[in-house]
Design a protein around this ligand. Sequence first.
Ligand code: AHM
Ligand code: MG
Length: 328
Amino acid sequence: MPDQPTLRQVLNGHTGQVSLDPKLVFLIEDIATACRTIGSRLRDAAFEGAHGLAGNTNVQGEDQKKLDLIADDIMQRSCATSPALAALVSEEREDPHWFKTPEAGDYLLYCDPLDGSSNIDVNLSVGSIFSVCGVDRDGDRQLLKPGTAQCCAGYAIYGPAMMLVLSVGTGVLGFSCDYDTGEFRLTHARMSIPEETSEFAINASRQRFWDAPIRRYVDECLAGQEGPRGRDFNMRWTASMVADVHRILMRGGVFMYPADADNRARGGKLRLLYEANPMAYLIEQAGGAATGGQDRILTISPQSHHQRVPVILGSSAEVARLAEYHAG
Ligand code: AHM
Ligand code: MG
């Protein structure tokens, strides 16, 4: 039996790392249960005929996979009875789902139930991303909160080992799933990102659409030792934000999904409320930085539930350099 503390012990303050409202503890445990269930449905998908497209598109016009819908359903059902959950905003649902009247419940959950789903059928890492904010009691627009309002954010990564990585504002904690008992146990007590890095992540097939600051940054990295950066850079892109951000939390790096000539009219690619905000929160909690180019992601005021934004995040010195290139 491993001796690392369990998620429940940590959330209940046994390790002294966090001190939480018990209702938030219930909600985080319900999210963890959803992630465990999603992980096991991913493992069994080939036996259950759950690979492939569902035959629908979501509100953003993207093809939904069967597992996108399964994961969304699991997340909603696991959290439905959480005593303090007021509403859920999901990538897979056009409208927010209110579990209680807007006057009841203490927390709002934003999630991408299965991120990186283009990787499912080829059996590469995917994840679930979540963000939690407290409720303000002023009508439906209260769901549109900036990332600074988050009280918890995290993701599950379904990789060679399933992990749950989260922050409640006191650093970033990584839990690994003990498959014998189903428990998440604290295996990464304080995840932090080195300030400098020699690794970047971007979908280079979009190069022809890039703006000058991104082009300059990548060109300088590619020039290696002989270029202005004076050192060689490595490049990684998994097309699964959870996997790319997890790598950056483990060993540093910078992740870019910028606005470009092709996606600018849509605002970018990644969604603010359930992709950019939770990841920016984790990255900042781990000592890194996150910007849309000009503005800190966490201070952006959302205008709609599925709003997209440009995302640049990771090691703080690299993000600062990219912000400087954008300012120039
Ligand atoms: P999804 O939520 O529909 O899976 O889309 C988000 C994903 C991110 O995980 C990833 O960083 C990005 O889309 C990959 O985009 P691309 O296919 O352009 O490389
Ligand atoms: Mg996603």
